[in-house]
Design a protein around this ligand. Structure first.
Ligand code: SER
Length: 391
């Protein structure tokens, strides 16, 4: 089942159950939102989760591109991506969490053909702020799906303030042996779908209060599910990444984790630029800058003559086309190349400055400040030039 088919199956299933499809937004959350990028399908819906009525009604479905910087260190493994897509459903004061879980389970097993014996759920077991999610626990038990109870792992919040609540996550076993252990105990349980019983709001003072009406917010990782359904060991092997995995290894021979990092970060950078964010020293632009610099540092480790200018146009077209972005591939490529030139100049300056005798010993805080303020050399770059990781 290719990813387009996965999306269509998901959307149609929920449309048949009264959900209206809404258009996913770009990676930039609404201005009042506490996060830099859209990290989940619910961000663009925050005002509606907080009580406003949605013009498309109380049952919604969509596909939302997301970006998570919290997972940056995990990129290179088989499941984490910086930019990924989330298939989402929402009940805005409509059906409850048990109904959502029941539909989710049915869709995975009957719609996508996942072997029910390969499923495991986790459920919120309660803490000092909120009681255990007994309704979700009962629903899974009735369906014969094993459950692991946790606390922090099963609490979803939209940043430090805003809508939040207990969640129930669905994991699929991806090991070669029959399933063993539990999701928290074995990484071969891969989380694919989260159902959040969003009934609280965390206020500015940190206290938890009820939302005007309870909602259910779910998010299913498109690439992870596609990998399972396509029998692939990693998200990088699914159809969506085919042009990348066909072209990049012949351009730049890299070890597997580095190849994945390069593919993930360049693709993510294209999407971020496609959404109108330029590289800069703060906020979103800084995240973009870090992605590009990380790619270049990885590429240049083995061969400093490598350049992003070698990337085939097909990769820009494929990515911008997939995400429905209107920026021209040539423009996006130029932003990448500009940033590459800037980084090259910065490294040259850094090497020149750091070769001065006064820096031949260990650097102290004063040195770092001087290098930054006088020469524009950030601390992580200086560390990289002196043999550490530039981060
Ligand atoms: N907001 C939840 C998550 O991101 C469900 O979409 O996991």
């Amino acid at each position: 089942m290719d990813t387009e088919r996965v999306i269509a199956t998901f959307v149609e299933y929920f449309q048949d159950r009264g959900h209206r499809r809404i258009t996913g937004s770009d990676l930039l959350p609404p201005p009042q939102d506490p996060v830099l990028f859209t990290t989940s399908g619910m961000h663009p819906l925050t005002p509606y989760l907080e009580g406003r009525s949605h013009p498309s009604g109380g049952r919604l479905v969509n596909v939302q591109r997301c970006l998570r910087t919290t997972d940056l260190d995990e990129v290179g493994d088989t499941t984490h991506l910086t930019v990924f897509e989330m298939l989402g459903t929402w009940s805005l004061g409509d059906y409850d969490g048990s109904q959502s879980i029941a539909w989710g389970h049915d869709l995975l097993v009957d719609g996508f053909g996942v072997d029910p014996k390969l499923l495991h759920a986790t459920v919120f077991g309660g803490d000092q702020d909120a009681g255990p999610d007994t309704a979700s626990l009962r629903t899974w038990e009735e369906r014969g799906v094993p459950v692991e109870l946790t606390t922090r792992e099963n609490w979803w919040s939209n940043g430090p303030t805003g809508p939040c609540g207990p969640d129930s996550e669905i994991f699929i076993w991806t090991g070669d042996t029959p399933p063993r252990s539990t999701p928290m105990g074995d990484e071969r349980w891969v989380e694919v779908w989260n159902h959040v019983m969003m009934r609280y709001r965390r206020g500015d003072d940190g206290t938890l209060g009820p939302l005007p009406r309870p909602n259910v917010d779910t998010g299913l990782g498109l690439e992870r599910l596609a990998a399972v359904l396509q029998g692939k060991r990693s998200v990088f092997e699914i159809d969506l990444f085919e042009p990348w995995m066909r072209t990049v290894p012949s351009l730049w021979p890299l070890e597997k984790p580095s190849l994945r990092l390069v593919v993930d970060h360049v693709r993510s950078a294209i999407v971020v630029i496609g959404d109108g964010v330029p590289p800069s020293n703060t906020g979103r632009g800084y995240v973009l800058r870090r992605l590009i610099r990380r790619v270049l540092t990885t590429l240049w480790e083995a061969d400093p003559s490598r350049t992003l200018g070698d990337l085939p146009g097909e990769l820009f077209q494929h990515t911008l086309g997939h995400f429905g972005q209107s920026r021209l591939p040539g423009e996006v490529r130029e932003v990448l190349l500009d940033e590459e030139r800037r980084f090259t100049r910065l490294l040259e300056r850094g090497r020149r400055v750091l070769s001065q005798p006064r820096f031949s010993h260990g650097l102290d805080e004063e040195d770092y400040h001087y290098l930054h303020d006088t020469h524009g050399l950030p601390r992580d770059l200086v560390r990289g030039l002196r043999g550490g990781s530039p981060g």
